[in-house]
Design a protein around this ligand. Structure first.
Ligand code: C5P
Length: 285
């Protein structure tokens, strides 16, 4: 039996544009995505000789084939024609669920990377990401990580230079939003403000954190905020204590601020933690 270890980093959407509904029911999107230092830890025992099992230190995470990490292992082994002779996947969860931070997708991507390494890296990282699209829309980006432009359903990826250094404060309110429902709602909404992905890309290329912060736009943000005004409260705290840009990530409900000094991040955390126990400081990774 061999044990594999892999980190699973959360993601944030710096921009998120939804371009239209496709024939397959999914939506075409365009998004600048970033992995951050909030992470789950993945351990995989391979060759246990036992039926597959998945353990997670947090309740309310599925521990069977519904878990994206389990799905990823199955997709990888089926595609490569391998028999692992029993798997045990253990997940130490830190990424909040229902946050728009890609927690399940990050775990799945980590499983893909770990298994691919175990078998001697037969797939390139891009081929591995393509395989990840079978597991979920955010899995391809989470496989590659760093800073990237995602298009299509999320499977067409173009690596960007690392975003300029900064701190993120991420706050996950108690409520969560159903992603399919939110897409349906967006279909009925006229999108007032879309991101300028070219401007975001230029800001990243120039290493200009102010411009990156000014170009944060997520088309889902106003739709969720309309129903959950507390997002405005969190953003007002961000704004009052040194944030240079803030918005919701993915389909929510987590919101994040960009700050340039750790001290600002620490003060924002202190201001929020009474009402919001799930508040984190992170860096781009
Ligand atoms: O692929 P994933 O399971 O992450 O997607 C969850 C749901 O979000 C899909 O069932 C779909 O309703 C919606 N979705 C979409 N277009 C995308 C990504 C997700 O409509 N590009």
């Amino acid at each position: 039996m061999t044990t594999l270890y892999e980190y699973a980093f959360a993601k944030l959407n710096l921009t998120l544009d939804v371009l239209g509904k496709r024939d397959d029911g999914y939506h075409d999107l365009k998004s600048v995505m970033q992995t951050i230092s909030i992470r789950d830890d993945i351990e995989i025992d391979i060759g246990t000789g036992q039926p597959w099992c998945l353990k997670c230190d947090k309740e309310d995470i599925p521990t069977d084939e519904r878990n994206l990490a389990w799905k990823a292992a199955k997709v990888y082994l089926d595609a490569m024609g391998k028999d692992a002779d029993g798997l045990e996947i253990r997940i130490t969860k830190r990424i909040p669920s229902g946050a728009g931070m890609g927690g399940g997708s990050a775990d799945a991507a980590a499983v893909l990377r770990a298994l691919n390494r175990h078998y001697g890296d037969p797939l390139s990282i891009y081929a591995l990401a393509e395989l990840g699209a079978r597991v979920g829309s955010d899995v391809p980006f989470c496989t590659i990580g760093g800073t990237a432009m995602a298009e299509g359903r999320g499977e067409r990826l173009r690596k960007l230079p690392d975003m300029p250094d900064c701190f993120f404060v991420v706050c996950k309110p108690e409520f969560s939003v159903s992603t399919p429902e939110l897409y349906r709602k967006l279909d009925e909404t006229a999108i007032a403000k879309r991101p300028d992905n070219t401007a975001m890309e230029s800001a990243i290329l120039a290493g200009d954190i102010e411009k990156v912060s000014q170009n944060l736009i997520n088309v889902f943000d106003p739709v969720v905020t309309a129903d959950h005004l507390e997002l405005n409260y969190i953003k007002s705290i961000f704004n009052a204590y040194g944030s240079i840009g803030q918005q919701m990530t993915g389909s929510g409900s987590a919101v994040f601020a960009i700050v340039t000094e750790f001290e600002f991040a620490a003060v924002i955390c202190n201001m929020l933690k009474g009402n919001y126990p799930q508040v984190f400081i992170a860096k781009p990774v």
